[in-house]
Design a protein around this ligand. Structure first.
Ligand code: HEC
Length: 132
């Protein structure tokens, strides 16, 4: 939906305030327009945010945050730990897929077999790129 359609919708919903059934379809249409504008802005302006959105969608952010330890280590700390380690990328892809414990503590990361390899690659690249 074009941003200009917004103005029209807002006008219509004001107009339709006296007619409840009309207003109820205009409001969901309006919020879809708003969401796609937000997604487009995120993708263009900040790729790192898109990667974090992927990690959120794959449930990684339930246990991880970028800048603080939750159940698992902060992604910033992971990036620092493996800085300059050429083997880290492949090792971490395997670790995220199969899970494991003992690097950051005794709490294990469960395996994530439902996450496609390409998405794991994208997220490991993102995590390792956080601290240069
Ligand atoms: C249930 C909680 C949980 C979820 C969900 C989770 N992790 Fe983890 N993650 C952990 C824990 C705990 C560790 C520390 C494991 C260790 O000490 O070896 C960890 C470690 C890591 C590491 C560092 C591994 C290492 O050996 O240094 C990376 C990278 C990582 N997670 C990425 C991810 C990604 C990407 C996802 C989503 C697909 C994810 N995690 C989902 C808990 C979780």
């Amino acid at each position: 939906m074009e941003p200009s359609a917004w103005g029209i919708d807002a006008g219509r919903s004001r107009w339709a305030r006296s007619c409840f059934s009309d207003a109820s379809w205009i409001v969901p249409g309006g919020s879809i327009g708003n969401l796609s504008a937000l997604v487009a802005a995120t993708t263009i302006a900040a790729p790192a945010l898109a990667d974090q959105a992927l990690a959120t969608a794959k449930n990684c952010m339930a246990c991880h945050a970028v800048d603080k330890k939750l159940v698992g280590p902060a992604y910033n700390d992971v990036a620092v730990k493996y800085k300059g380690d050429a083997k880290a990328h492949a090792a971490l892809e395997g670790k995220v897929k199969k899970g494991g414990a003992g690097v950051w503590g005794q709490v294990p990361m469960p395996p994530n077999p439902q996450v496609p390899d390409a998405d794991i690659k994208t997220m490991v690249t993102y995590v390792l790129g956080l601290k240069k």
